[in-house]
Design a protein around this ligand. Sequence first.
Ligand SMILES: Cc1cc2nc3c(=O)[nH]c(=O)nc-3n(C[C@H](O)[C@H](O)[C@H](O)COP(=O)(O)OP(=O)(O)OC[C@H]3O[C@@H](n4cnc5c(N)ncnc54)[C@H](O)[C@@H]3O)c2cc1C
Length: 372
Amino acid sequence: MKKIDVAIIGAGPAGIGISAMLKDLGVMSQVVLERRKIGESFNNWPKEMKLITPSFTTNFYGHLDLNSIISATSPAYTLRKEHPSGQEYAKYLKAVSEYYKLPIIEDANVDGINYSNNRFTVKIEGTELIESRYVIWASGEFHYPKLKTFKGAELCIHNSQVRSWDSLEGNEFYIIGGFESGIDAAVNLSRLGKKVNVLDRSAPWGEHTTDPSISLSPFTLERLREQMDYGRINLVEKTDIKNVTKKGSQFFINVKGETEQYISETTPILATGFKSSLGIIKNLFDWDNEKSYALLTDDDESTKTPGLFLVGPQVRHENLIFCFIYKYRQRFGVVANSIGKKLGIDTQVLEKYRHEGLYLDDLSCCGDECDC
Ligand SMILES: Cc1cc2nc3c(=O)[nH]c(=O)nc-3n(C[C@H](O)[C@H](O)[C@H](O)COP(=O)(O)OP(=O)(O)OC[C@H]3O[C@@H](n4cnc5c(N)ncnc54)[C@H](O)[C@@H]3O)c2cc1C
């Protein structure tokens, strides 16, 4: 059995970013295990979907591009795009992996991890086992869509299963869920001249807070306003879906507490979000009371399993949600520092990452509102 110091699961921005930082720290005994190909999630985005967080070549003045995952790189510079598509961003991830010569193993789907005697045994589907002293879970959410949110949800199509909005036949669509993914779908369908109804149990398009994890991004609001002028998008709030049924070629969308139903000639689209890849190793974590997020130490290590770290959008500390690249990359330094120290490495080299927004260990600074 191959024995290493660090196994990183997932070669998306989180896995690649932390791997590059560990390499800079001198952690050479590491592998990144990727179920398919580098940047797999981004490669599978609908082709019209773009990053909502803008990229800009701010590095020159000491501010890392908002979508960079490691120093001295910038998607804006590499791709010459402010809002890269998923496929374009995957090219940036590949470029970083090649530049840093990261030890990525593709087509290595991790289907379980055992922990005993301070060692992890990482199980890769259909092949060998790897023994590792530390594990960093970076498998994201995209491959784990919420598909069972109400009865009949299996009759619908989840937005992550659509490769291009152009490929859907029909003239009118119902989208269930009106946050970023739902509005993105609505905008793209409207651009194709389709009529779209967006049903949501609240009204995310009306939220106005400074945390983009809670309200729509300016990029999405701008696109929505532009398409609303064409009169093809109908936003319906307070529609909590009870179930979806199908008779012949028609779909019936029933809403809780209402007798009226929506009848759709096209397959309803689910934009109901994602579960967590942590389901695969949920027993290695303690969970908060509602079981909605894994409990982590100040070093983003599992409170239950020492040596198991989490990076990426699933990192959460009470009301601080690290679901964007510019947010969760700030915790790379914290994880690298903790692992470096455990391995007996001098972690001084990590200090340079602080001013680049890649090493934030004092969370008391987060959460300030904008005054104007
Ligand atoms: C639709 C959508 C749009 C988003 N838009 C933005 C945006 O504009 N800006 C932004 O900052 N954030 C955005 N996000 C947030 C997003 O979560 C992150 O930007 C990013 O994808 C998370 O990076 P990651 O590396 O954790 O996960 P991913 O990019 O999903 O990478 C995880 C990798 O792990 C692999 N993997 C999964 N399971 C296994 C396994 N069992 N074994 C081995 N490998 C595995 C996957 O194949 C994948 O390559 C968006 C998220 C979604 C879902």
